[in-house]
Design a protein around this ligand. Sequence first.
Ligand code: ADP
Ligand code: MG
Length: 531
Amino acid sequence: METVRFDELELAPQILRGIQEMGFEEATPIQAQAIPVVMSGVDVIGQAQTGTGKTAAFGIPVLHKVDPSSKKTQVLILSPTRELAIQVADELRKLSKYMHGVRVLPVYGGQDISRQIKALKGGVQVIIGTPGRLMDHLRRKTIRPDHVNTIVLDEADEMLNMGFREDIETVLEYLPGEHQTVLFSATMPKPILEITRKYQHDAVNIKVVKKELTVKNIDQYYYDVKRKDKTEVLTRLLEMYNPKLSLVFCNTKRMVDELSSELTTRGYSAEGLHGDMKQAQRDRVMKNFRSGKTDILIATDVAARGIDVDDVEAVFNYDLPQDDEYYVHRIGRTGRAGRTGKAFTFIKGKEVYKLKDIQRYCKTKILAQPIPSSDDVAQIRTEKIMNQIENIIEEEDLRDMIDLIERQVNESDYTAMDIAAAFLKQALGQAEGAGSAEEGDSYDFDNTGAEEGMVRLFINIGKKQRVKPGDILGAIAGESGMPGKLVGAIDMFDKYTFVEVPREYGREVLEGMKNVKIKGKSVNIEPANQK
Ligand code: ADP
Ligand code: MG
């Protein structure tokens, strides 16, 4: 799905101005494909779903062909209903707002024909009409077909459904030999193909059908999360559900970079993907993700276009998508091939209204969920481990292991229950990552006198050693992998320094700084002790 700007389509500046004023930013896929082809003058069969901008897809190139200096009728557009004819006329008027001398008129049944005849008298180059009424005008010669060079059958399937086939053919028979015939429709039933065969020559087929993006097999949840807590909640959900592959969406390239470095720092195998990266780099990231070498891919919507990986078990909307359709595209990456996927969306406060729109758009339910506590995480992990254990008991040969445990039970005071419990604790501890208390030193972060959420660290180096705050900051950022901007207050004294870092990074900073030299001097760093 490549995006095309209207200014890439070689349109006249007056039309571009009209388009701009309508607020269209980029061409829809059917517009991007159809505009150049229709403009080239050949016959076209265009198919795209309702609401994809088919009107402008033929309207723009057709207007481009109109000669404003001639008052003769040059374009006929057939439309199934009065409402649609008026709608198309409105859109073409807006598009041609800056094309001086171009007149656009809808004609339809049910409106007093003499009024229409009066309106036609001044010379109208573009006429949009229901088939019956157009036929009527052609018969009365109140519309003359001699200079018509383009005819458009819009919403052709609708027109046939309404029984206009004969009227359409009658109108087509009125036209002079040389003209371009363009047909647009959401669907292409057989009778349409018969018409195209009869009335078009070497027509070019343009078909844009959206891949059916289903949200059926996807459990969807949302969490009301403060901005600063998003990463923490994300990691808890990752721990809880332990998805094989996860896709995390952010709205900006910067956020992608930030989050991938945050997750990597926390020991996850994550990589970012965005438009600023070189193609080779992107290919490498995708290859790693596809092969499972990285389990978490963090991407922007644009970069994620075309990603087609089957084993994505969870999609996270770290940022709420800016467009309802993006939501479907994003979460459609999971729940493939009959599997069940999960989609988690983070919102903050008022964004819940946008979520309502999304639910209406996708005809789906997104359920509110409380933010999981660390107890919830442990419980889910336990269940998961127990399930695995059950499988092992049922399916594997455990005789040697049972012998070993038996010996342990006989030689010690422990029961088999004690040993099983210890194994479970170990399994859970590992699952909670390197930061668990079983590994390395334990630190007291509760009495450092730091502000809420931070820890205050003591470093035995200060102004006397001609150390500057920047040196401390640099050392911390460089050694621990924690982004330097997360470093809080730095208080320097003659012989020592206090520095605050977010609590969740406390351990990493302490471990990382163990063998660091600042200004050539080995330093000792430990949690400050308020008491
Ligand atoms: P279709 O005929 O395919 O059902 P329409 O031509 O009626 O779709 O367009 C549907 C809506 O999308 C209209 O409100 C139209 O103004 C708008 N639209 C068309 N093209 C664009 C575009 N490139 N960007 C934004 N909105 C567009
Ligand atoms: Mg339409």
